[in-house]
Design a protein around this ligand. Structure first.
Ligand code: GLN
Length: 482
């Protein structure tokens, strides 16, 4: 096996045994990037010199000592670009570390490389990136998913051992599913967002992309916990996310939500997810039917709340403080208007306009307030479901990776790519996607993702259930041929 194909925990064993040095690991990653990233376009930038310096000093006694980790280009890393996939921030350089970056460094990891993404994390395919889309390593004519598509692609293509992304409505789980790796959205409040450029503050969470479930736990352990710089981070001790790995899941109850097995879902995805559920039965889990009756409203509610919050968060891009600034304007309003007209791409503008509209007087009650009420109903659905089961099991996406260009001109169709992931963000619960098979489409193997959702702050159990499936199947060992 190639060095770059190792999981984080396998790499750590080799580092600790002194079979490989951190600099060798980093160089292997860089060579792999040089060999395949022109096909994948997973990275926007890298600073090898700085990373090598950290690798030379890496403390191997730390839990992630010597492990390079790719970072979605929406998280601030001192001295590096943080474009958010936007022309607006082309000239910006971060002058501080996000809390997750400081914590990765404290755990010995080396942030290396900035991963491509949809502009300001708005999208499901990375086609909204101002720097061109990423390509799915399993079939480069297809999308990686999004918005954290670059992070997913570089892990799937062995151009990174692991990566960080952000998930507002599915942006970690959906691309992980389409690229055939593990992607986890922690519970809202588990991980600090300080230094994450905000999209929708009541929904955003940072989480890991990894090759194995165990790795997701290792990275979560490093980044989780209270941060005084983010008042939404929970002030409670963080349990070891890997504590339950390997314990058997006999007698556990897994809920199959009626509303997630619907018409319109790709038959190969449906079959793979049902087979995975059968597999869980053979592992001793009991499958129960649950209902999440407000599922049909999730996408509508999300696109009101997320756009409302985005319109407020993106007001800071005014051409005064940082980023793009239009030339030759006369007067403040023209300055704002021209700067934003030039700096933002079409999807970001669409969202700002939509968000401003749903918050405007006269429409606030009809749209925003109402959406917040339905959000509570969606949350209540999950609370009720978790009275009957330990975790929910369902597809991550309705279909495997779609063709690049297929949906780029149809925002509504694009919005539906997240139909199964969005509710978890609205409810604030934790979830992950892991590989559960392949669809054969046009003679190509395209990965299928199994989504597991669990109660707030129940990450150790979520990972335990995922790990039991992963370790008794072969899917996570498959690699695309690039
Ligand atoms: N695809 C969804 C959107 O476009 C979710 C994005 C995300 O999770 N950042 O808003």
């Amino acid at each position: 096996m190639m060095l770059v194909s190792l999981s984080v925990s396998e790499l750590r064993q080799k580092l600790v045994a002194r079979e490989v040095s951190p600099v060798e690991a980093l160089d292997a990653v860089e060579q792999r990037i040089a060999a395949v990233d022109d096909q994948v376009h997973g990275y926007l930038s890298r600073n090898l010199a700085v990373a090598r310096e950290s690798a030379q000093k890496a403390d191997l006694s730390k839990p992630l000592g010597g492990v390079p980790i790719a970072i979605k280009d929406v998280i601030n890393v001192t001295g590096e670009p943080c474009t958010c996939g936007s022309k607006f921030l082309l000239s910006y350089r971060a002058n501080y570390d996000a809390t997750v970056i400081a914590r990765l460094r404290a755990a010995g990891a080396i942030p290396f490389g900035r991963a491509n993404m949809d502009e300001f994390a708005m999208g499901s395919s990375t086609e909204n990136s101002a720097f061109g889309p990423s390509h799915n390593p399993w079939d480069p004519t297809r999308t990686t998913g999004g918005s954290s598509g670059g992070s997913a692609a570089v892990v799937a293509a062995d151009e990174a051992f692991a990566a960080l992304g952000s998930d507002t409505g599915g942006s970690i789980r959906q691309p992980a599913a389409l690229c055939g790796i593990v992607g986890m959205k922690p519970t809202y409040g588990r991980v600090s967002r300080y230094g994450l450029v905000a999209f929708a503050s009541s929904l955003d969470q940072i989480g890991p992309f990894t090759k194995t479930v165990r790795d997701a736990g290792l990275i979560l352990n490093a980044i989780a916990g209270r941060d005084p710089m983010d008042s939404t981070s929970l002030d409670q001790p963080v349990p070891d996310a890997t504590a339950l790995l390997g314990r058997d899941i006999r007698g556990m109850k897994l809920g199959m939500p009626r509303e997630y097995f619907i018409e319109g879902i790709d038959p190969q995805v449906d079959a793979a997810v049902r087979a995975a559920i059968k597999h869980y039965e053979t592992l001793g889990a009991e499958i129960v039917e649950v209902s999440l009756p407000n599922t049909e409203h999730a996408v509508g509610v999300y696109y009101i709340i997320a756009t409302a919050e985005a319109s407020a968060n993106l007001a800071r891009f005014d051409g005064v403080r940082y980023g793009h600034r239009a030339a030759d304007t006369s007067g403040l309003l023209e300055h704002y208007g021209k700067t934003r007209e030039e700096g933002f791409g079409p999807e970001v503008k669409r969202r700002i306009i939509l968000g401003t509209y749903v918050l405007s007087s006269g429409y606030y009650d009809a749209f925003y307030l109402r959406a917040q009420k339905v959000r509570t109903l969606i949350r209540n659905d999950f609370t009720a479901a978790f009275e009957k089961c330990d975790a929910i099991v369902c597809p991550t996406t309705p279909e495997p990776a779609f063709k690049l260009g297929d949906r780029a001109d149809d925002p509504l169709k694009m919005y539906l790519a997240d139909i199964f992931t969005i509710a978890a963000n609205l409810a604030g619960i934790c979830g992950l996607s892991l590989p559960c098979g392949f669809a054969d489409i046009d003679g190509r193997n395209l990965p299928i993702g199994l989504q597991l959702l669990a109660r707030p702050f129940d990450e150790p159990r979520l990972l335990q259930i995922a790990h039991a499936y992963e370790q008794s199947t072969v899917w996570h060992r498959q690699r695309p041929s690039l």
